[in-house]
Design a protein. Structure first.
Length: 514
């Protein structure tokens, strides 16, 4: 076949040489264009994951800040009561009941304690007090005894003597009227609280969420066992590189815990010596990206085969009929139409038939440019199916895909304009772009979406929503476009923050970012 294809009579003719050059050029162009596109897509995926990990770490840092701030405020109230009313109140039932009341309002607390200057237990919320209980050997007690400052102190993880649980001690120094050391007020935050909270996030088996002290001591890291708690990793890139330049950022590092290369986002708490880190396994991101683009790769290979087949056919005909120039033009038109079709398919989500992430990003940027020129507002809705991991775990991934199809179909039938765009953002997350739309109109569109999904009545026994049907949470962000370069990312981040607020505030609801 090759001998016939490259016979001198074919290659020596001007049309043969032109045709050969044309098809080689087309093949190389297809390879180069798609190679460049795939490379750009992978780089965009990496950058998107960096942004996602950074946003997640900032969000978790805010949660951790609130968690420890609530404990600090509670301790400050306890210390204030003792300083105002004197040590005698420590033995009164009223004071203990007040301690119990404060403890009961904070789910993160494992207990509240007050120790005297010798470490003896004076009062506690625990019903179980060990005989001869004394905590003068604890690190936080020794710290306050040796330091005169009255700032809150967060210690490394210890095992509680009253409950046996792993806890993070948060403490304040007690002083007498002369400023001398008079004991310690202690709040213990359960490690299980962070385990439970971090388990809300749907992550891969090698993805990481961690709460770390600024000296490198691990307080808790998902998904690792408790054996890594209190180990120090101050020599890890997070501390030797990242935090030395910025309090919040993202980077790709090899984990000092298990050697896995991850895309990290990190954020240092403003008030406390703590750092929150979120890491996505680069290998798992790569595998998912490959799975998402395997269809494109196959179609491109098929396209090259089509080009090669047509080229062979045309070169065979060069020997006999110069009319093949017309056929070449016809083939070229077909190839352009096929390539256009393939490009169109690349903008549609294969499962739901909605616009995919790529089309969403393109449309959002175009809409922002148009809104900036027209000085109009633009609204963005970020939508997430509530407790979808539980749905998949309960009914299986086939049922999960069917659920996504039904949700996507419901979104297609929302009363939207032809200038609006509904897209599958990824996984169980969707997005709606509403150009020239006010906050009130965007809120109504979000309410329509919320009601439409709820009215589907898809049974979901694993949800925490009382109706036991599939529901969604919606984050809404509306602003006037300013025409800046990273405006699309700003819209996504704000809408995503509103979505996070909706999920944090109970799901099956709408939150508006202002």
């Amino acid at each position: 076949m090759l001998k016939k294809l490259f016979a001198p009579s074919a290659l020596n003719s001007p049309l043969g040489r032109s045709a050969t050059f044309f098809f080689v050029l087309i093949s190389l162009a297809v390879l180069a264009t798609n190679g460049w596109t795939l490379w750009g897509s992978w780089q965009k995926t990496l950058e998107g994951t960096k942004s996602q990990s950074r946003n997640l770490s900032v969000s978790l840092a805010r949660q951790a800040e609130d968690t420890f701030l609530q404990a600090e405020i509670t301790l400050a109230d306890v210390v204030r009561d003792i300083n105002t009313r004197g040590d005698a109140i420590l033995t009164t039932p009223i004071f203990r009941q007040q301690l119990v009341d404060r403890y009961s309002k904070l789910p993160q607390l494992r207990g509240l304690f007050v120790y005297d200057a010798k470490g003896n237990w004076m009062v506690t919320t625990s019903d179980k007090v060990p005989a001869g209980a004394n905590n003068s050997d604890r690190e936080y007690f020794i710290y306050h005894r040796n330091h005169t400052d009255e700032l809150v102190h967060i210690g490394s993880v210890v095992r509680s003597r009253s409950s046996g649980d792993l806890i993070i001690p948060v403490s304040l120094r007690l002083t007498d009227a002369n400023g001398n050391f008079n004991g310690v007020a202690l709040a213990t935050i359960s490690i299980d609280y962070f385990k439970h909270f971090y388990n809300y996030y749907e992550l891969g088996p090698h993805d990481l969420l961690g709460l770390i002290m600024t000296d490198g001591t691990l307080l808790y890291v998902r998904p690792f066992p408790d054996s890594v708690i209190n180990k120090k990793f101050s020599s890890s890139p997070l501390f030797t590189e990242g935090l030395k330049t910025t309090d919040s950022g993202s980077a790709i590092w090899r984990s000092a815990i298990d050697g896995v290369v991850r895309i990290y986002g990190y954020s240092r708490l403003k008030r406390y010596p703590l750092v929150v880190s979120a890491g996505y396994s680069r290998n798992e991101i790569w595998q998912q990206w490959m799975a998402d683009h395997i269809v494109d790769a196959v179609l491109n290979i098929l396209l090259l085969l089509v080009i090669l087949t047509m080229g062979i056919s045309m070169l065979r005909q060069v020997k006999t009929n110069v009319k093949n120039q017309f056929e070449l033009t016809h083939i070229r038109d077909e190839l352009e139409m096929i390539n256009h079709t393939l490009q169109s398919l690349a903008l549609v989500d294969g499962l739901t038939g909605l616009a995919n992430r790529r089309q969403f990003d393109i449309f959002l940027k175009q809409s922002l440019r148009a809104a900036s020129t027209a000085k109009q507002s633009l609204s963005l809705l970020m939508i997430d199916i509530d407790f979808f991991k539980g749905y998949n775990d309960t009914y299986g991934h086939v049922a999960g895909d069917e659920c996504l199809k039904r949700v996507g179909a419901a979104f297609k039938h929302l009363p939207l304009r032809n200038t609006d765009l509904v897209a599958r953002y990824g996984g169980e997350e969707f997005a709606i772009v509403l150009p020239a739309t006010s906050t009130a109109a965007a809120q109504q569109a979000a309410l329509n979406a919320l009601n439409a999904i709820r009215q589907l009545g898809i049974i979901h026994e694993a949800t925490a929503i009382p109706d036991k049907v599939v529901t969604i949470s919606v984050g809404v962000y509306t602003a006037f476009a300013e025409g800046i370069s990273d405006e699309a990312e700003r819209f996504k981040e704000n809408a995503d923050q509103a979505l996070y607020d909706a999920k944090r505030n109970g799901r099956n609801r709408i939150e508006i970012k202002v």
